[in-house]
Design a protein around this ligand. Structure first.
Ligand code: ADP
Ligand code: MG
Length: 607
Protein backbone atom coordinates (compact mmCIF):
# COMPACT_ATOMS: atom_id res chain seq x y z
CA UNK A 1 0.00 0.00 0.00
CA UNK A 2 1.46 3.40 -0.92
CA UNK A 3 2.23 5.53 2.07
CA UNK A 4 -0.08 8.32 0.99
CA UNK A 5 -3.00 5.91 1.16
CA UNK A 6 -2.16 4.45 4.52
CA UNK A 7 -1.64 7.96 5.83
CA UNK A 8 -5.06 8.88 4.58
CA UNK A 9 -6.56 5.94 6.40
CA UNK A 10 -4.70 6.73 9.58
CA UNK A 11 -5.85 10.32 9.22
CA UNK A 12 -9.41 9.15 9.68
CA UNK A 13 -8.50 7.98 13.14
CA UNK A 14 -6.54 11.01 14.21
CA UNK A 15 -8.46 13.77 12.49
CA UNK A 16 -12.20 13.67 12.90
CA UNK A 17 -12.77 17.37 12.61
CA UNK A 18 -10.91 20.67 12.55
CA UNK A 19 -10.66 20.66 16.33
CA UNK A 20 -8.62 17.44 16.13
CA UNK A 21 -6.02 19.28 14.04
CA UNK A 22 -5.95 22.13 16.52
CA UNK A 23 -5.47 19.64 19.30
CA UNK A 24 -2.54 17.90 17.66
CA UNK A 25 -0.77 21.10 16.64
CA UNK A 26 -1.28 22.73 20.00
CA UNK A 27 0.00 19.66 21.81
CA UNK A 28 3.11 19.66 19.66
CA UNK A 29 3.68 23.30 20.51
CA UNK A 30 3.34 22.53 24.22
CA UNK A 31 5.71 19.59 23.89
CA UNK A 32 8.15 21.94 22.16
CA UNK A 33 8.27 24.07 25.30
CA UNK A 34 6.51 27.11 23.85
CA UNK A 35 5.79 30.11 26.08
CA UNK A 36 3.43 31.75 23.63
CA UNK A 37 1.01 29.92 21.40
CA UNK A 38 -1.33 31.68 19.05
CA UNK A 39 -3.96 30.06 16.94
CA UNK A 40 -5.79 31.52 13.99
CA UNK A 41 -8.68 29.74 12.31
CA UNK A 42 -10.77 30.66 9.32
CA UNK A 43 -13.99 29.05 8.23
CA UNK A 44 -14.20 27.28 11.58
CA UNK A 45 -10.95 25.54 10.72
CA UNK A 46 -11.94 24.18 7.32
CA UNK A 47 -10.23 26.98 5.43
CA UNK A 48 -7.26 27.58 7.70
CA UNK A 49 -5.80 26.47 10.97
CA UNK A 50 -2.56 28.15 11.88
CA UNK A 51 -0.61 27.55 15.06
CA UNK A 52 2.41 29.70 15.87
CA UNK A 53 4.71 28.82 18.75
CA UNK A 54 8.01 30.00 20.14
CA UNK A 55 9.14 26.55 21.19
CA UNK A 56 12.33 24.65 20.46
CA UNK A 57 11.81 24.41 16.69
CA UNK A 58 13.25 21.76 14.40
CA UNK A 59 16.40 21.32 12.39
CA UNK A 60 15.99 21.09 8.60
CA UNK A 61 16.35 17.32 8.77
CA UNK A 62 13.89 16.91 11.62
CA UNK A 63 11.40 19.15 9.89
CA UNK A 64 11.49 16.95 6.80
CA UNK A 65 11.23 13.81 8.92
CA UNK A 66 8.32 15.13 10.95
CA UNK A 67 5.90 14.27 8.15
CA UNK A 68 6.98 10.63 8.12
CA UNK A 69 4.59 8.33 9.82
CA UNK A 70 5.77 7.13 13.20
CA UNK A 71 8.46 9.76 13.09
CA UNK A 72 8.40 10.93 16.62
CA UNK A 73 11.22 12.42 18.57
CA UNK A 74 9.42 11.56 21.76
CA UNK A 75 9.78 7.82 22.18
CA UNK A 76 13.10 6.11 21.99
CA UNK A 77 12.39 2.82 23.67
CA UNK A 78 9.63 0.50 24.66
CA UNK A 79 10.09 1.59 28.27
CA UNK A 80 9.20 5.11 27.26
CA UNK A 81 5.81 3.81 26.26
CA UNK A 82 5.24 2.85 29.86
CA UNK A 83 5.76 6.28 31.22
CA UNK A 84 4.48 8.71 28.70
CA UNK A 85 4.68 12.25 29.97
CA UNK A 86 4.68 14.24 26.74
CA UNK A 87 1.39 14.70 24.96
CA UNK A 88 2.17 13.31 21.53
CA UNK A 89 3.77 9.95 21.27
CA UNK A 90 2.49 8.17 18.23
CA UNK A 91 4.29 10.24 15.70
CA UNK A 92 1.42 10.14 13.29
CA UNK A 93 -0.30 13.46 13.68
CA UNK A 94 1.65 15.54 11.20
CA UNK A 95 1.72 12.73 8.66
CA UNK A 96 -2.02 12.22 9.00
CA UNK A 97 -2.88 15.88 8.78
CA UNK A 98 -0.65 16.38 5.77
CA UNK A 99 -2.42 13.49 4.02
CA UNK A 100 -5.76 15.28 4.03
CA UNK A 101 -4.87 18.94 3.75
CA UNK A 102 -2.39 21.44 2.37
CA UNK A 103 0.21 22.00 5.03
CA UNK A 104 2.97 24.52 5.35
CA UNK A 105 5.51 24.07 8.09
CA UNK A 106 8.04 26.70 9.06
CA UNK A 107 10.47 25.99 11.82
CA UNK A 108 13.71 27.23 13.25
CA UNK A 109 15.80 26.28 16.24
CA UNK A 110 17.45 29.13 18.08
CA UNK A 111 20.91 27.62 17.41
CA UNK A 112 20.34 27.81 13.65
CA UNK A 113 20.81 30.93 11.57
CA UNK A 114 17.88 30.25 9.38
CA UNK A 115 14.75 28.12 9.43
CA UNK A 116 13.12 25.67 7.05
CA UNK A 117 9.87 25.87 5.14
CA UNK A 118 8.23 22.71 3.90
CA UNK A 119 5.01 22.43 1.94
CA UNK A 120 3.11 19.17 1.72
CA UNK A 121 -0.22 18.64 -0.06
CA UNK A 122 -2.26 15.50 0.24
CA UNK A 123 0.80 13.75 1.62
CA UNK A 124 2.98 14.79 -1.34
CA UNK A 125 6.01 16.98 -0.62
CA UNK A 126 5.78 20.10 -2.77
CA UNK A 127 8.73 22.15 -1.64
CA UNK A 128 11.47 22.38 0.96
CA UNK A 129 13.59 25.51 1.31
CA UNK A 130 15.46 27.63 3.86
CA UNK A 131 13.35 30.33 5.43
CA UNK A 132 14.46 33.33 7.49
CA UNK A 133 12.31 33.50 10.60
CA UNK A 134 12.29 33.86 14.37
CA UNK A 135 12.95 30.71 16.39
CA UNK A 136 9.90 28.53 16.84
CA UNK A 137 7.42 26.76 14.63
CA UNK A 138 4.47 27.87 12.55
CA UNK A 139 2.21 25.30 10.97
CA UNK A 140 -0.61 26.27 8.64
CA UNK A 141 -3.21 23.75 7.60
CA UNK A 142 -5.43 24.78 4.69
CA UNK A 143 -8.40 23.17 3.01
CA UNK A 144 -8.82 20.39 5.48
CA UNK A 145 -10.42 17.25 3.97
CA UNK A 146 -10.14 18.77 0.48
CA UNK A 147 -9.37 15.31 -0.85
CA UNK A 148 -11.79 13.43 1.43
CA UNK A 149 -15.19 14.78 0.39
CA UNK A 150 -17.04 12.23 2.51
CA UNK A 151 -15.40 13.63 5.60
CA UNK A 152 -16.15 17.14 4.64
CA UNK A 153 -19.83 16.32 4.50
CA UNK A 154 -19.79 15.03 8.03
CA UNK A 155 -18.72 18.33 9.45
CA UNK A 156 -21.29 20.09 11.56
CA UNK A 157 -22.34 23.70 11.34
CA UNK A 158 -19.39 26.12 11.50
CA UNK A 159 -20.52 27.35 14.90
CA UNK A 160 -20.38 23.81 16.25
CA UNK A 161 -16.96 23.13 14.78
CA UNK A 162 -15.72 26.40 16.17
CA UNK A 163 -17.07 25.53 19.57
CA UNK A 164 -15.05 22.33 19.51
CA UNK A 165 -11.95 24.30 18.64
CA UNK A 166 -12.54 26.71 21.49
CA UNK A 167 -12.98 23.77 23.85
CA UNK A 168 -9.69 22.27 22.77
CA UNK A 169 -7.81 25.51 23.25
CA UNK A 170 -9.53 26.18 26.54
CA UNK A 171 -8.59 22.81 27.98
CA UNK A 172 -5.00 23.23 26.89
CA UNK A 173 -4.87 26.74 28.25
CA UNK A 174 -6.08 25.41 31.60
CA UNK A 175 -3.52 22.67 31.68
CA UNK A 176 -0.75 25.09 30.75
CA UNK A 177 -1.23 28.31 32.66
CA UNK A 178 2.44 29.13 32.20
CA UNK A 179 1.84 29.65 28.49
CA UNK A 180 0.25 32.75 26.97
CA UNK A 181 -2.54 31.91 24.53
CA UNK A 182 -4.46 33.72 21.86
CA UNK A 183 -7.16 32.34 19.65
CA UNK A 184 -8.63 34.21 16.72
CA UNK A 185 -11.39 33.21 14.38
CA UNK A 186 -11.06 35.41 11.34
CA UNK A 187 -10.94 38.90 12.75
CA UNK A 188 -12.45 37.98 16.09
CA UNK A 189 -10.24 37.49 19.08
CA UNK A 190 -11.91 34.66 21.00
CA UNK A 191 -9.35 34.22 23.71
CA UNK A 192 -6.34 36.03 25.02
CA UNK A 193 -4.70 34.97 28.24
CA UNK A 194 -1.36 36.07 29.54
CA UNK A 195 1.35 33.93 31.07
CA UNK A 196 0.81 33.13 34.73
CA UNK A 197 3.56 34.93 36.63
CA UNK A 198 2.84 34.20 40.27
CA UNK A 199 4.94 31.78 42.29
CA UNK A 200 1.84 30.17 43.68
CA UNK A 201 0.48 27.52 41.31
CA UNK A 202 -2.94 27.81 42.91
CA UNK A 203 -3.05 31.48 42.21
CA UNK A 204 -1.90 30.94 38.63
CA UNK A 205 -4.63 28.42 38.03
CA UNK A 206 -7.26 30.59 39.68
CA UNK A 207 -6.26 33.50 37.53
CA UNK A 208 -6.39 31.41 34.41
CA UNK A 209 -9.86 30.09 35.20
CA UNK A 210 -11.09 33.52 36.06
CA UNK A 211 -9.77 34.88 32.76
CA UNK A 212 -10.97 31.98 30.67
CA UNK A 213 -14.45 31.85 32.09
CA UNK A 214 -14.76 35.60 32.58
CA UNK A 215 -15.51 35.40 36.27
CA UNK A 216 -15.66 38.59 38.30
CA UNK A 217 -13.55 37.40 41.18
CA UNK A 218 -11.81 34.49 42.85
CA UNK A 219 -14.48 34.39 45.49
CA UNK A 220 -16.52 31.51 44.06
CA UNK A 221 -13.46 29.32 43.54
CA UNK A 222 -12.24 26.76 46.04
CA UNK A 223 -8.70 25.52 45.67
CA UNK A 224 -7.82 21.91 46.30
CA UNK A 225 -4.46 20.36 46.89
CA UNK A 226 -4.47 16.97 48.54
CA UNK A 227 -1.98 14.19 48.26
CA UNK A 228 -2.03 10.59 49.23
CA UNK A 229 0.77 8.18 48.66
CA UNK A 230 -1.06 7.05 45.53
CA UNK A 231 -2.12 10.25 43.87
CA UNK A 232 -2.31 13.99 44.12
CA UNK A 233 -5.36 16.05 43.34
CA UNK A 234 -4.75 19.68 42.60
CA UNK A 235 -7.15 22.19 41.17
CA UNK A 236 -10.18 24.31 41.51
CA UNK A 237 -13.76 23.61 42.48
CA UNK A 238 -16.48 26.09 41.73
CA UNK A 239 -18.70 26.89 44.66
CA UNK A 240 -22.19 25.53 44.13
CA UNK A 241 -23.53 28.89 42.99
CA UNK A 242 -21.45 28.63 39.82
CA UNK A 243 -23.56 25.75 38.62
CA UNK A 244 -24.85 25.57 35.07
CA UNK A 245 -27.69 23.64 33.57
CA UNK A 246 -25.42 22.30 30.86
CA UNK A 247 -22.12 20.52 30.98
CA UNK A 248 -19.01 22.11 29.59
CA UNK A 249 -17.19 23.50 32.60
CA UNK A 250 -15.89 20.22 33.97
CA UNK A 251 -12.24 19.68 33.35
CA UNK A 252 -10.30 16.61 34.38
CA UNK A 253 -6.64 16.08 33.76
CA UNK A 254 -4.45 13.12 34.44
CA UNK A 255 -0.77 13.88 34.52
CA UNK A 256 -1.66 17.13 32.86
CA UNK A 257 -3.43 15.43 29.99
CA UNK A 258 -7.08 16.35 29.47
CA UNK A 259 -9.24 13.29 29.76
CA UNK A 260 -12.84 12.22 29.59
CA UNK A 261 -13.69 9.80 32.31
CA UNK A 262 -17.33 9.41 33.18
CA UNK A 263 -16.69 7.41 36.29
CA UNK A 264 -14.26 9.92 37.70
CA UNK A 265 -16.53 12.81 36.78
CA UNK A 266 -19.23 11.02 38.65
CA UNK A 267 -17.01 10.93 41.72
CA UNK A 268 -16.91 14.70 41.64
CA UNK A 269 -20.62 15.09 40.95
CA UNK A 270 -21.45 12.79 43.80
CA UNK A 271 -19.34 14.90 46.13
CA UNK A 272 -21.48 17.88 45.13
CA UNK A 273 -24.67 15.96 45.54
CA UNK A 274 -27.40 17.89 47.33
CA UNK A 275 -25.39 21.05 47.18
CA UNK A 276 -26.74 21.72 43.71
CA UNK A 277 -30.19 21.94 42.23
CA UNK A 278 -31.10 18.81 40.37
CA UNK A 279 -29.98 18.58 36.78
CA UNK A 280 -27.20 21.13 37.17
CA UNK A 281 -23.46 20.77 36.92
CA UNK A 282 -20.68 22.31 38.96
CA UNK A 283 -17.55 23.93 37.63
CA UNK A 284 -14.34 22.09 38.29
CA UNK A 285 -10.84 21.81 36.94
CA UNK A 286 -8.99 19.02 38.68
CA UNK A 287 -5.54 17.70 37.98
CA UNK A 288 -4.67 14.21 39.08
CA UNK A 289 -1.08 13.28 39.38
CA UNK A 290 -0.49 9.60 39.46
CA UNK A 291 2.40 7.30 38.72
CA UNK A 292 2.15 6.67 34.95
CA UNK A 293 2.48 2.97 35.61
CA UNK A 294 -0.90 3.01 37.33
CA UNK A 295 -2.72 4.51 34.40
CA UNK A 296 -3.09 3.56 30.75
CA UNK A 297 -3.37 6.51 28.41
CA UNK A 298 -3.08 4.55 25.24
CA UNK A 299 -6.57 3.20 24.92
CA UNK A 300 -7.78 5.51 22.18
CA UNK A 301 -6.03 7.19 19.24
CA UNK A 302 -7.48 10.53 20.17
CA UNK A 303 -5.95 9.88 23.58
CA UNK A 304 -8.85 11.37 25.48
CA UNK A 305 -9.56 8.27 27.49
CA UNK A 306 -7.52 6.68 30.19
CA UNK A 307 -7.87 3.62 32.28
CA UNK A 308 -6.75 3.42 35.88
CA UNK A 309 -5.33 0.31 37.34
CA UNK A 310 -7.45 0.82 40.43
CA UNK A 311 -10.54 2.57 39.13
CA UNK A 312 -12.61 2.30 42.27
CA UNK A 313 -9.74 3.30 44.52
CA UNK A 314 -9.17 6.43 42.47
CA UNK A 315 -12.91 7.08 42.49
CA UNK A 316 -13.19 6.98 46.23
CA UNK A 317 -10.08 9.05 46.83
CA UNK A 318 -11.35 11.64 44.40
CA UNK A 319 -14.73 11.81 46.02
CA UNK A 320 -13.29 12.01 49.50
CA UNK A 321 -10.94 14.80 48.55
CA UNK A 322 -13.60 16.85 46.78
CA UNK A 323 -16.03 16.41 49.64
CA UNK A 324 -13.48 17.48 52.13
CA UNK A 325 -12.71 20.59 50.13
CA UNK A 326 -16.38 21.42 49.76
CA UNK A 327 -17.04 20.68 53.37
CA UNK A 328 -14.48 23.15 54.60
CA UNK A 329 -15.33 25.91 52.16
CA UNK A 330 -17.71 28.65 53.05
CA UNK A 331 -20.70 28.05 50.90
CA UNK A 332 -23.40 30.56 50.20
CA UNK A 333 -26.52 29.67 52.11
CA UNK A 334 -29.02 29.88 49.29
CA UNK A 335 -27.38 26.96 47.63
CA UNK A 336 -27.61 24.68 50.57
CA UNK A 337 -31.01 23.84 49.25
CA UNK A 338 -31.53 20.90 51.50
CA UNK A 339 -30.77 22.71 54.70
CA UNK A 340 -33.17 24.01 57.23
CA UNK A 341 -32.24 27.59 57.10
CA UNK A 342 -33.15 28.73 60.52
CA UNK A 343 -32.87 27.90 64.14
CA UNK A 344 -31.42 24.49 64.30
CA UNK A 345 -27.79 24.95 63.53
CA UNK A 346 -27.49 28.29 65.24
CA UNK A 347 -28.78 26.83 68.41
CA UNK A 348 -25.51 25.88 70.00
CA UNK A 349 -26.39 26.62 73.58
CA UNK A 350 -29.56 24.68 73.76
CA UNK A 351 -28.07 21.57 72.25
CA UNK A 352 -25.27 21.60 74.75
CA UNK A 353 -27.76 21.55 77.54
CA UNK A 354 -29.48 18.39 76.41
CA UNK A 355 -29.44 15.76 79.03
CA UNK A 356 -28.14 12.31 78.66
CA UNK A 357 -30.17 10.02 76.49
CA UNK A 358 -28.80 6.99 78.24
CA UNK A 359 -30.98 4.04 78.79
CA UNK A 360 -33.33 4.22 75.89
CA UNK A 361 -32.42 1.51 73.42
CA UNK A 362 -28.77 2.04 74.15
CA UNK A 363 -28.76 5.06 71.90
CA UNK A 364 -26.26 7.55 73.15
CA UNK A 365 -26.77 10.43 70.89
CA UNK A 366 -27.50 13.10 73.40
CA UNK A 367 -24.97 11.85 75.84
CA UNK A 368 -22.05 12.52 73.59
CA UNK A 369 -23.34 15.97 73.07
CA UNK A 370 -21.05 18.18 71.11
CA UNK A 371 -17.76 16.91 72.36
CA UNK A 372 -16.77 15.25 69.14
CA UNK A 373 -17.24 18.37 67.14
CA UNK A 374 -17.00 21.40 69.29
CA UNK A 375 -13.25 21.58 69.18
CA UNK A 376 -13.21 22.53 65.56
CA UNK A 377 -15.97 25.04 65.17
CA UNK A 378 -14.20 27.02 62.48
CA UNK A 379 -14.47 24.10 60.15
CA UNK A 380 -18.13 24.74 59.79
CA UNK A 381 -18.94 28.34 59.04
CA UNK A 382 -22.50 27.81 60.17
CA UNK A 383 -21.43 27.32 63.70
CA UNK A 384 -19.94 30.66 64.48
CA UNK A 385 -23.26 31.87 65.67
CA UNK A 386 -22.58 35.54 65.12
CA UNK A 387 -21.19 35.36 61.66
CA UNK A 388 -23.37 32.51 60.59
CA UNK A 389 -26.56 34.22 61.47
CA UNK A 390 -25.28 37.39 59.95
CA UNK A 391 -24.54 35.56 56.74
CA UNK A 392 -27.80 33.76 56.85
CA UNK A 393 -29.89 36.81 57.19
CA UNK A 394 -27.89 39.46 55.47
CA UNK A 395 -26.96 37.68 52.36
CA UNK A 396 -28.40 36.35 49.25
CA UNK A 397 -31.63 36.68 47.43
CA UNK A 398 -34.33 34.10 47.29
CA UNK A 399 -35.69 31.39 49.50
CA UNK A 400 -35.97 31.73 53.18
CA UNK A 401 -33.60 34.63 53.34
CA UNK A 402 -35.40 37.05 51.17
CA UNK A 403 -37.10 38.85 53.99
CA UNK A 404 -35.50 41.90 55.50
CA UNK A 405 -32.76 41.68 58.04
CA UNK A 406 -34.53 43.11 61.01
CA UNK A 407 -37.67 41.04 60.81
CA UNK A 408 -35.66 37.94 60.16
CA UNK A 409 -33.84 38.20 63.41
CA UNK A 410 -37.14 38.12 65.16
CA UNK A 411 -38.10 35.06 63.18
CA UNK A 412 -34.88 33.39 64.08
CA UNK A 413 -35.80 33.18 67.72
CA UNK A 414 -39.27 32.04 66.99
CA UNK A 415 -38.01 29.42 64.62
CA UNK A 416 -35.59 28.10 67.17
CA UNK A 417 -38.49 27.42 69.43
CA UNK A 418 -40.70 26.01 66.76
CA UNK A 419 -37.96 23.74 65.59
CA UNK A 420 -38.56 21.85 68.75
CA UNK A 421 -41.58 20.54 66.96
CA UNK A 422 -40.25 17.14 66.07
CA UNK A 423 -42.03 14.07 64.87
CA UNK A 424 -40.88 10.61 64.03
CA UNK A 425 -42.45 8.90 61.09
CA UNK A 426 -42.51 5.09 60.80
CA UNK A 427 -39.63 4.96 63.27
CA UNK A 428 -37.35 5.91 60.44
CA UNK A 429 -37.69 9.58 59.64
CA UNK A 430 -37.56 12.64 61.79
CA UNK A 431 -39.65 15.56 60.66
CA UNK A 432 -39.19 19.10 61.71
CA UNK A 433 -40.52 22.46 60.73
CA UNK A 434 -38.37 25.24 59.39
CA UNK A 435 -39.31 28.68 58.31
CA UNK A 436 -39.44 27.83 54.63
CA UNK A 437 -41.16 24.51 55.03
CA UNK A 438 -40.50 21.04 56.29
CA UNK A 439 -37.37 18.97 56.68
CA UNK A 440 -37.37 15.20 56.68
CA UNK A 441 -34.30 13.53 58.10
CA UNK A 442 -33.43 9.91 57.43
CA UNK A 443 -32.42 8.94 60.95
CA UNK A 444 -30.08 6.17 59.96
CA UNK A 445 -28.32 8.11 57.22
CA UNK A 446 -28.03 11.12 59.51
CA UNK A 447 -26.63 9.14 62.37
CA UNK A 448 -24.14 7.47 60.06
CA UNK A 449 -22.95 10.88 58.97
CA UNK A 450 -22.55 12.02 62.57
CA UNK A 451 -20.67 8.92 63.67
CA UNK A 452 -18.56 8.94 60.57
CA UNK A 453 -17.35 12.46 61.12
CA UNK A 454 -16.77 11.81 64.76
CA UNK A 455 -14.74 8.71 63.94
CA UNK A 456 -12.77 10.63 61.35
CA UNK A 457 -11.92 13.30 63.87
CA UNK A 458 -11.00 10.72 66.49
CA UNK A 459 -8.71 8.97 64.04
CA UNK A 460 -6.99 12.18 63.13
CA UNK A 461 -6.66 13.41 66.70
CA UNK A 462 -5.65 10.09 68.12
CA UNK A 463 -8.18 9.93 70.92
CA UNK A 464 -11.83 9.19 70.71
CA UNK A 465 -14.22 9.12 73.60
CA UNK A 466 -14.19 5.76 75.22
CA UNK A 467 -16.55 4.22 77.70
CA UNK A 468 -15.25 1.54 80.01
CA UNK A 469 -16.94 -1.81 79.95
CA UNK A 470 -18.18 -3.20 83.21
CA UNK A 471 -16.84 -6.60 82.27
CA UNK A 472 -13.79 -6.60 79.98
CA UNK A 473 -14.15 -8.97 77.08
CA UNK A 474 -11.40 -11.37 76.06
CA UNK A 475 -11.45 -12.64 72.52
CA UNK A 476 -9.21 -15.15 70.82
CA UNK A 477 -8.60 -14.75 67.12
CA UNK A 478 -7.24 -17.01 64.40
CA UNK A 479 -3.61 -16.17 63.59
CA UNK A 480 -4.35 -14.24 60.39
CA UNK A 481 -6.97 -12.08 62.06
CA UNK A 482 -4.79 -11.50 65.06
CA UNK A 483 -1.99 -10.12 62.92
CA UNK A 484 -4.41 -7.77 61.21
CA UNK A 485 -5.85 -6.70 64.49
CA UNK A 486 -2.43 -5.81 65.84
CA UNK A 487 -1.89 -3.74 62.75
CA UNK A 488 -5.18 -1.97 63.27
CA UNK A 489 -4.74 -1.48 66.97
CA UNK A 490 -3.41 2.09 66.95
CA UNK A 491 -6.32 3.23 64.82
CA UNK A 492 -8.78 1.27 66.91
CA UNK A 493 -7.44 2.97 70.04
CA UNK A 494 -7.82 6.31 68.35
CA UNK A 495 -11.44 5.48 67.77
CA UNK A 496 -11.99 4.77 71.44
CA UNK A 497 -11.46 1.02 71.62
CA UNK A 498 -9.52 0.30 74.79
CA UNK A 499 -7.93 -2.85 73.54
CA UNK A 500 -4.62 -4.68 73.90
CA UNK A 501 -2.96 -8.03 73.29
CA UNK A 502 -3.64 -10.49 76.07
CA UNK A 503 -1.20 -13.31 75.51
CA UNK A 504 -1.20 -15.74 72.62
CA UNK A 505 -3.71 -14.72 70.03
CA UNK A 506 -6.08 -13.12 72.47
CA UNK A 507 -7.00 -9.53 72.96
CA UNK A 508 -8.75 -7.93 75.83
CA UNK A 509 -11.24 -5.15 75.31
CA UNK A 510 -11.80 -2.91 78.31
CA UNK A 511 -13.60 -0.04 76.66
CA UNK A 512 -15.37 0.84 73.43
CA UNK A 513 -16.14 4.04 71.55
CA UNK A 514 -18.81 6.02 73.32
CA UNK A 515 -21.28 5.60 70.49
CA UNK A 516 -21.39 1.85 70.39
CA UNK A 517 -24.47 0.18 71.72
CA UNK A 518 -24.06 -2.02 74.74
CA UNK A 519 -23.93 -5.64 73.67
CA UNK A 520 -22.68 -4.90 70.18
CA UNK A 521 -19.02 -4.44 71.06
CA UNK A 522 -17.65 -7.67 69.80
CA UNK A 523 -19.79 -7.72 66.67
CA UNK A 524 -18.57 -4.31 65.74
CA UNK A 525 -14.95 -5.22 66.22
CA UNK A 526 -15.45 -8.28 64.03
CA UNK A 527 -17.22 -6.28 61.39
CA UNK A 528 -14.45 -3.73 61.31
CA UNK A 529 -11.92 -6.50 60.97
CA UNK A 530 -13.87 -8.10 58.12
CA UNK A 531 -14.16 -4.84 56.36
CA UNK A 532 -10.46 -4.26 56.75
CA UNK A 533 -9.70 -7.69 55.35
CA UNK A 534 -11.82 -7.26 52.28
CA UNK A 535 -10.36 -3.90 51.60
CA UNK A 536 -7.02 -3.65 49.91
CA UNK A 537 -5.89 -0.54 51.58
CA UNK A 538 -4.12 1.67 49.09
CA UNK A 539 -3.05 4.08 51.75
CA UNK A 540 -3.95 5.65 55.02
CA UNK A 541 -6.56 8.00 53.70
CA UNK A 542 -8.78 5.33 52.27
CA UNK A 543 -7.92 2.83 54.99
CA UNK A 544 -9.09 5.17 57.70
CA UNK A 545 -11.97 6.40 55.68
CA UNK A 546 -13.10 2.83 55.47
CA UNK A 547 -12.66 2.25 59.17
CA UNK A 548 -14.70 5.34 59.94
CA UNK A 549 -17.38 4.20 57.56
CA UNK A 550 -17.76 0.75 58.93
CA UNK A 551 -17.91 2.06 62.48
CA UNK A 552 -20.58 4.48 61.38
CA UNK A 553 -22.54 1.85 59.55
CA UNK A 554 -22.35 -0.70 62.31
CA UNK A 555 -23.12 1.49 65.25
CA UNK A 556 -25.70 3.85 63.83
CA UNK A 557 -29.27 3.81 64.97
CA UNK A 558 -31.22 1.91 62.37
CA UNK A 559 -34.50 2.55 60.73
CA UNK A 560 -37.08 0.98 63.01
CA UNK A 561 -35.72 2.42 66.22
CA UNK A 562 -38.13 4.62 68.11
CA UNK A 563 -36.47 7.84 69.21
CA UNK A 564 -37.34 10.03 72.14
CA UNK A 565 -37.85 13.72 71.65
CA UNK A 566 -34.43 14.42 73.10
CA UNK A 567 -32.80 11.93 70.82
CA UNK A 568 -34.43 13.43 67.77
CA UNK A 569 -33.36 16.85 68.92
CA UNK A 570 -29.78 15.68 69.46
CA UNK A 571 -29.73 13.90 66.13
CA UNK A 572 -30.69 17.01 64.27
CA UNK A 573 -28.44 19.31 66.22
CA UNK A 574 -25.47 17.08 65.72
CA UNK A 575 -26.22 16.53 62.09
CA UNK A 576 -25.94 20.23 61.47
CA UNK A 577 -22.69 20.39 63.30
CA UNK A 578 -21.24 18.07 60.70
CA UNK A 579 -18.97 19.34 58.01
CA UNK A 580 -21.10 17.81 55.34
CA UNK A 581 -24.53 17.23 56.81
CA UNK A 582 -26.44 16.55 53.63
CA UNK A 583 -25.20 13.15 52.68
CA UNK A 584 -24.42 9.92 54.46
CA UNK A 585 -20.85 8.66 54.24
CA UNK A 586 -21.77 6.51 51.27
CA UNK A 587 -23.53 9.28 49.46
CA UNK A 588 -27.21 8.88 50.27
CA UNK A 589 -29.09 12.02 51.22
CA UNK A 590 -29.65 12.57 54.91
CA UNK A 591 -32.24 15.27 54.45
CA UNK A 592 -35.10 16.03 52.16
CA UNK A 593 -36.59 19.46 52.26
CA UNK A 594 -40.13 20.23 51.30
CA UNK A 595 -40.67 23.92 50.94
CA UNK A 596 -43.92 25.69 51.59
CA UNK A 597 -43.77 26.83 47.98
CA UNK A 598 -43.67 23.26 46.81
CA UNK A 599 -46.57 22.35 49.04
CA UNK A 600 -48.53 25.28 47.80
CA UNK A 601 -47.93 24.18 44.26
CA UNK A 602 -48.94 20.63 44.98
CA UNK A 603 -52.18 21.83 46.44
CA UNK A 604 -52.76 23.84 43.33
CA UNK A 605 -52.40 27.20 45.03
CA UNK A 606 -50.44 28.99 42.44
CA UNK A 607 -49.40 32.58 43.01
P1 ADP B 1 4.32 13.19 17.94
O1 ADP B 1 3.88 14.50 18.53
O2 ADP B 1 3.44 12.06 18.36
O3 ADP B 1 5.77 12.92 18.15
P2 ADP B 1 3.68 14.43 15.48
O4 ADP B 1 3.34 13.85 14.15
O5 ADP B 1 2.67 15.25 16.15
O6 ADP B 1 4.12 13.24 16.39
O7 ADP B 1 5.02 15.24 15.32
C1 ADP B 1 6.15 14.62 14.77
C2 ADP B 1 7.42 15.25 15.28
O8 ADP B 1 7.57 16.56 14.76
C3 ADP B 1 7.47 15.44 16.78
O9 ADP B 1 7.96 14.30 17.42
C4 ADP B 1 8.41 16.62 16.93
O10 ADP B 1 9.76 16.17 16.94
C5 ADP B 1 8.21 17.41 15.67
N1 ADP B 1 7.32 18.56 15.90
C6 ADP B 1 6.04 18.66 15.54
N2 ADP B 1 5.52 19.87 15.88
C7 ADP B 1 6.52 20.56 16.46
C8 ADP B 1 6.63 21.90 17.02
N3 ADP B 1 5.59 22.74 17.06
N4 ADP B 1 7.83 22.28 17.52
C9 ADP B 1 8.89 21.43 17.47
N5 ADP B 1 8.85 20.17 16.97
C10 ADP B 1 7.68 19.74 16.46
MG1 MG C 1 2.07 15.36 18.19
Amino acid sequence: MPETVSNKIAAGEVVQRPASVVKELVENAIDAGAEHISIVVKGAGSELIQVVDDGCGMSAADAAASFQRHATSKIRSIEDLESIRTLGFRGEALASIAAIAKVRLQSRRSVDEVGTEIIVEGGEPISNAPKPMLPGTTISVRNLFYNVPARRKFLKRPSTELKHIVDVVQVNALANPGIAWTLRSGENELMCVTRGESHDPKEILQTRIKELLSLDSFEPLITVDESTSYLRVFGILGKPELYKRTRGRQFLFVNNRAIKHRYLEHAVYSAYEYLLPEGTFPLFALFLDIDPRHVDVNVHPAKAEVKFEDESGVYSMMRTIVRKALGTAELTPDFLSAVPLSGIKLDLDSSESHESGKGSKGLRLAETGLTGFAHEPHSNPWLEAGSASKRLYDSGPGGAMSSGTVESRGDETRETESSDLLWQLHDAYVLTQIRSGLVIVDQQAAHERILYEKATISLADGFGLSQQLLFPITIEYPPGDFVLLEELMPDLRSLGFDIEPFGGRSVVMRGVPADIRAGDERQILDAVLDQYKSFESVDKLTGRENLARSIARKSSVKAGARLSHKEMRALIDQLFLCEMPYVSPDGRPTIVKLSVDELRERFGRRG
